[in-house]
Design a protein around this ligand. Structure first.
Ligand SMILES: *Cc1c(COP(=O)(O)O)cnc(C)c1O
Length: 357
């Protein structure tokens, strides 16, 4: 076992900070990056000495395999700062184990847990000023792995780069989201890579999502690829339906990403005495519930927006508006999750992880 305290981490500090040029009140998601980044190369069958260096452009040969075969996986997580200035992560071990599951599916090497936490925590210590306190503010953290070997033969690469970059984020309010239930295109297939946070899963969604946007819908809720009869997830968020006072969501599978927000909401629902039905969700059942008034809410759940209420959906050229619900589950789960994440509420399940500065 590697002792995290003994991992030699090569640190190159940036000479100046870009922070004074940043308007934290007007951030566009994912465009501003902190002063430093974490980098670790996999060469000759092993992970090399990890480094932290100033955030900067990289140079790769055009033959690097990531550009040709899409061997790339990523994670999305956030750091929060409480009023006392303490920094917190939310269930970060789950992100670590998930990036390794994603990597394994794409024939990429797993990244050691000790390196992950040493790199992440040191990076957050160095860029701690970039984490703004206040509910809704956070530092979005993007770990990712790419195949770097310069060789365009179609087989797994022999060299990889693991990196972490960080971007300050404001409360992300998407407004009410209108969605299209997928009838033609698919995000993932049985035996495929839908459960992995593979970069290519996103690329494959852009075209159908653009078509949906032209029709006035912000997102697509994907259905099973075989029949398009069962609702699965939104492609960056898992999806919950509230039928009367029961919460319904699809079971995870090799087609559905096992979201940490989803898992947390299922637990919070149990804590709040709300019945959760994890089952396949027929489109016909949701349409019928919308018609008879038992469909009270639909919302997405994911790290970026936490909880994202959906106000309408279209399927089979029929549009269904979901009326505003008083005492909405979406708002309640969002508040409860954010309070745990920001150290404002009791952490019954041990989800918070303090980054000692
Ligand atoms: C990242 C992601 C989610 C949300 O997962 P969280 O762990 O809650 O952030 C849901 N679906 C897909 C396809 C994703 O990539």
């Amino acid at each position: 076992m590697i002792n995290p305290l003994n991992i030699p981490l090569n640190i190159q500090k940036s000479e100046t900070s870009k922070i004074k040029n940043v308007d934290f009140e007007n951030l566009t998601f994912g465009r501003t990056f902190t002063d430093h980044m974490f980098v670790c190369d996999f060469i000759d069958g092993k992970w090399q000495q990890p480094k932290i260096m100033p955030y900067q452009a990289l140079s790769f040969e055009p033959s690097a395999r990531v550009f040709h075969y899409g061997q790339a996986v990523f994670e999305g997580m956030k750091a929060y700062k409480d009023e006392a200035g303490k920094v917190w992560l939310f269930r970060p071990e789950d992100n670590h184990s998930r990036i390794n599951k994603s990597s394994a599916r794409l024939a990429m090497p797993e990244f050691p847990k000790e390196y992950f936490f040493k790199g992440l925590e040191t990076l957050l210590q160095m860029d701690a000023d970039w984490i703004q306190p206040g509910l809704g503010n956070s530092l979005y953290i993007r770990p990712f792995v790419i195949a770097t070997e310069p060789a365009i033969s179609a087989s797994p690469a022999n060299s990889y780069r693991f990196m972490i970059i960080c971007s300050p984020a404001k409360a992300y309010y998407s407004g009410k989201v209108r969605v299209l239930f997928a009838e033609k295109y698919s995000r993932s297939a049985n035996g495929g890579v839908g459960f992995a946070k593979a970069a290519g899963n996103y690329a494959a969604q852009f075209y159908p999502t653009t078509l949906a946007q032209e029709k006035g819908y912000q997102q697509i809720i994907w259905t099973d690829a075989n029949t398009h009869e069962f609702l699965e997830e939104a492609g960056t968020m898992n999806i919950f339906f509230r039928i009367n006072d029961t919460l319904v969501t699809a079971p995870t599978s090799d087609r559905i990403l096992d979201g940490i927000t989803r898992r947390s909401i299922i637990q919070l629902a149990e804590d709040n005495g709300i019945k959760v039905d994890v089952k396949r969700v027929p489109v016909t059942e949701i349409k019928e519930a919308a018609r008879n008034g038992s469909l009270k809410e639909i919302f997405g759940a994911g790290t970026a927006a936490v909880v994202s209420p959906i106000s309408a959906f279209e399927h089979g050229n029929e549009v269904f508006e979901i009326p505003e619900s008083e005492n909405s589950f979406a708002n309640m789960f969002k508040k409860q999750l954010e309070e745990i994440q920001n150290n404002l509420a009791e952490d019954k399940h041990g989800w918070r992880h303090e980054v000692v500065l």
